[in-house]
Design a protein around this ligand. Sequence first.
Ligand SMILES: Cc1cc2nc3c(=O)[nH]c(=O)nc-3n(C[C@H](O)[C@H](O)[C@H](O)COP(=O)(O)OP(=O)(O)OC[C@H]3O[C@@H](n4cnc5c(N)ncnc54)[C@H](O)[C@@H]3O)c2cc1C
Length: 392
Amino acid sequence: MKNSYDVIVVGAGPGGSITAKTCAEAGLDVLLIEKRQEIGDPVRCAEGVGKEGLKRHIEPDNRWIAAEVKGSKILAPDGTEIKMSEEASSGKAGYTLERKVFDRALAQQAAMAGTEVMVKTRAIGLLRNNGMVRGINAMYMGETHEIRANIVIGADGVESKVGRWGGIDTSLKPGDIDTCAQFLVTNIDAGDYSKFYLGEIYTPGGYVWVFPKGKNTANVGLGILGSKAGNTRPISLLHKFIETYLPHAKILEMVVGGVPVSGPIKKTVTDGLMLVGDAARQSDPLTGGGIINAMDAGKMAGEVCIKAKEKGDYSAKTLKEYEDKWRATIGKELSKSLLVKNMLLKLSDEQLNQLAHSLEGVDTSKMALQKVLPILFKKNPRILWELRTLFV
Ligand SMILES: Cc1cc2nc3c(=O)[nH]c(=O)nc-3n(C[C@H](O)[C@H](O)[C@H](O)COP(=O)(O)OP(=O)(O)OC[C@H]3O[C@@H](n4cnc5c(N)ncnc54)[C@H](O)[C@@H]3O)c2cc1C
């Protein structure tokens, strides 16, 4: 480890590794640090991604694809099913990953492009000079190191501290976070569709997912919106779901974690600092999916690092190009999802059933979600009135 780099990336998740790779490929001197001793482990994810988004960053590889799914099924509280193909799921369903291997493959790409990777290295603070962020303090093997850089990337996930250290408000209220629990289960018929169960009957303010990870195995999990949780523990609800709907399931692994569902935050750059992925609250407020958004944002952040280096200007004014770019793309989608999420939160289980029934006789299996929503809206204008801005 040297004591100075062009770019230091904190966190070797998908967002951090893609940022590092993008910068290193352009010849920038990059350090990628990860506090854990193994990149990608322990997993805190249901591992579902769309094929299209994934292929923008890496060629699919059987080493880290656990299962390929045909699409998704949305189940209303009374069991009514809406089936959508992979394309119809807006590219949001496609593969279930093996993230332990996937995250490492992304970090490997970054390393092969020239990034220096340090594991078991934790950022513990930022270095500053005249108000500019100019590097980090890092802890490695019990010793503190000052490492300088022109740009620091905070890709340190949902519990991000880098943004806060840089004076960026990344705080989340209880209604901005889903608390999740998941089991990897076997001895079930996992099918070949990702399943989403909606309604209070399953979980308050979230949903249950069943993502196939092979013939008899699946990630089965649920999230509870913080503001609706009360004394309910996600793990208890999950046990209840499994006992009721998958009584023969055998549990192999457990995952707990939080997903930011706030939608876009006000600011993600400051002088010498950019935030990427969950650290920038870029996960989808409706689905909680954040892998592809983190990678897309990482690419954008990396490209802006390259331009900043060419200009020799690392001020917030130059880095703002990243902020503008992600807001115009990812940000727009997040805002739409937030609108849908907030509306869904107000619906009773009865209304959710009504929406599902209104699609009876409509073949959604080959439709894009963008086509399904207007049909739902037309058939249920009173229930879905708040979404009208999406269709005009
Ligand atoms: C239960 C659950 C299920 C989910 N399911 C899905 C899903 O199916 N599909 C999907 O797309 N998304 C899913 N997500 C969300 C997804 O996991 C995240 O959006 C994604 O991992 C974000 O990537 P990232 O690179 O921003 O952060 P992360 O992947 O969280 O990576 C951040 C990294 O930073 C490291 N780090 C943190 N602090 C420091 C520090 N101080 N110094 C050094 N390193 C540090 C962490 O150890 C971590 O490795 C799920 C999340 C949860 C909790």
